[in-house]
Design a protein around this ligand. Structure first.
Ligand code: MN
Ligand code: MN
Length: 455
């Protein structure tokens, strides 16, 4: 149903009515071709950047290739900075996205042997908001870093190459699931503690306890020089081993892991890479830990990182003055209207795949709790910018009032006195191992971030 139909009007009834149009109709033929080419690069990025550390490495590689100034905060936060014509004291333009995505983290002491099933498994602790049943019986790859006691780092990417083994969380067969799953609430059917990953089954020979675990430890030592205690100083993440793929006969969609929020990370990266001498100094900022509430020293709440960047650009600047004059896009995804579940959306105010980048004036839950609520003036400014540049966009609110909700990093920047609004593509099956976006929306996001950073 279009918003107009929802209002009970046909288009002829009011030429003044707000009507959403398909991005595929607004984009020119040439732009659609570019959108498809852009998606090829995007899929490569998604395949190479499944974790926050990998995303930052990939962003660094691309920035260096294009001779752009990149500043890192540890291993999982980065900023690309492009000086503008105006002095820093006039404020900056920031597009901020997050590079972490929901997944299964390994616990500190992950390895154990289950003698009844003859398996060695890893204990996991899930990261971010997942629906647990989506993470069983799919191929998983292990990504991350192990820091050994001498400080040397072992980087892991196992399960991506065709020749690599993959890992998987086992599930009970339907013949026996009645009591343990089928009669339970969906959210209780699979417990966090049962998301254990199979890592091997072949025992060592001899008369010792835990022969399968011993065999895995031998193999880890042989291949990586690791001992069991090394897991304690590691960040190992089990992520879907799927590759990013085109979806649909018309190839108009992209299916991939981690599009929340790497769709925004990649498009804002490309936007600043392709930019020359903007009006205001432009910054694309990539942060970690959004999915667990932006806590931690590489998260959006580390304002000291942004401060240090601004200070480096102009040591004598009045920091509060800069903040008050700065404008921000919180580049994060919104929920796409999902077939069979339209009852949780209020359709006049929900975003759909293929209708362009989504502008969310506010996020939060309940009575707009924890929301950044952008001012009408700033919304108007962004709306005018998008309309002028003929960039497809739609407005969007995450679900019906009281049905749920969600937050973004917007509030941490508005607290500094900056103008902030949420702007990003709609994603279907958000936080699932395989998320869906529209190529037209991803490209619209690139166009929108480009127009903003240039302003
Ligand atoms: Mn997000
Ligand atoms: Mn998310």
């Amino acid at each position: 149903m279009t918003p107009l139909e929802a209002l009970g009007m046909t288009e002829k009834e009011s030429k003044y009515a707000y009507k959403r149009k398909s991005a595929w109709e607004i984009l020119t033929k040439d732009q659609i071709k570019k959108a498809f080419d852009f998606s090829e690069e995007y899929k490569k990025f998604l395949n190479n950047a499944k974790t926050e550390r990998e995303a930052i490495q990939e962003i660094k590689k691309i920035a260096k290739k294009h001779k752009k100034k990149i500043i890192l905060n540890r291993e999982s936060e980065a900023a690309i900075v492009l000086l503008g014509k105006k002095p820093i004291s006039e404020g900056v333009r920031i597009v901020i996205s997050h590079v972490d995505s929901p997944r299964l983290d390994l616990k500190q002491v992950p390895l154990f042997e289950d003698s009844e099933s003859n398996l060695a498994l890893f204990e996991t602790h899930y990261y971010g908001g997942i629906k647990k049943f989506q993470w069983v019986t799919i191929p998983l790859a292990l990504h991350g870093v192990v820091v050994k006691k001498d400080g040397t780092k072992q980087i892991f990417t196992l399960g991506e190459d065709e020749k690599d083994p993959i890992f998987s969380v086992p599930d009970i067969l339907p013949h026996l699931s009645h009591e343990v799953q089928d009669t339970k609430k969906m959210s209780d059917a699979i417990k966090g503690e049962s998301l254990d990953i199979i890592v091997g089954s072949r025992p060592v020979k001899g008369d010792i306890k835990g022969k399968i675990k011993a065999a895995i430890l031998d193999k880890l030592h042989e291949d990586y020089g690791m001992i069991e205690e090394d897991f304690i100083s590691a960040e190992l993440e089990a992520v879907p081993a799927f590759k990013a793929r085109d979806m649909g006969f018309d190839k108009s969609l992209i299916g991939a892991y981690g599009q929340d929020d790497k769709s925004c990370a990649f498009t804002s990266l490309k936007a600043i890479i392709d930019l020359n001498r903007p009006e205001h100094t432009a910054i694309s900022l990539f942060v970690d830990k959004e999915e667990i509430g932006s806590e931690g020293n590489a998260s959006a709440q580390v304002i000291t990182f942004l401060r240090s960047i601004i200070k480096e650009l102009d040591p004598n600047v009045d920091m509060d003055g800069v903040m008050l004059k700065s404008k921000v896009i919180s580049a994060d995804v919104n929920a796409a209207v999902t077939p069979n579940y339209t009852e949780v959306f209020e359709l006049k105010n929900a975003s759909s795949l293929g209708n362009g980048i989504v502008m969310s004036k506010y996020t939060g839950h309940g009575g707009k709790y924890s929301a950044n609520d952008a001012s009408a003036e700033y919304v108007a400014e962004i709306r005018t910018m998008l309309n002028k540049a003929k960039i497809p966009w739609q407005t969007g609110e995450l679900g019906k009032v009281g049905k749920g909700g969600g937050g973004t990093v917007a509030k941490y920047f508005s607290r500094l006195g900056m103008e902030v609004i949420d702007l990003g593509p709609a994603v279907m099956s958000m936080h699932a191992p395989y998320e869906v976006t529209s190529k037209a929306d991803v490209y619209s996001s690139y166009l929108a971030y480009s127009a903003f950073l240039k302003s």
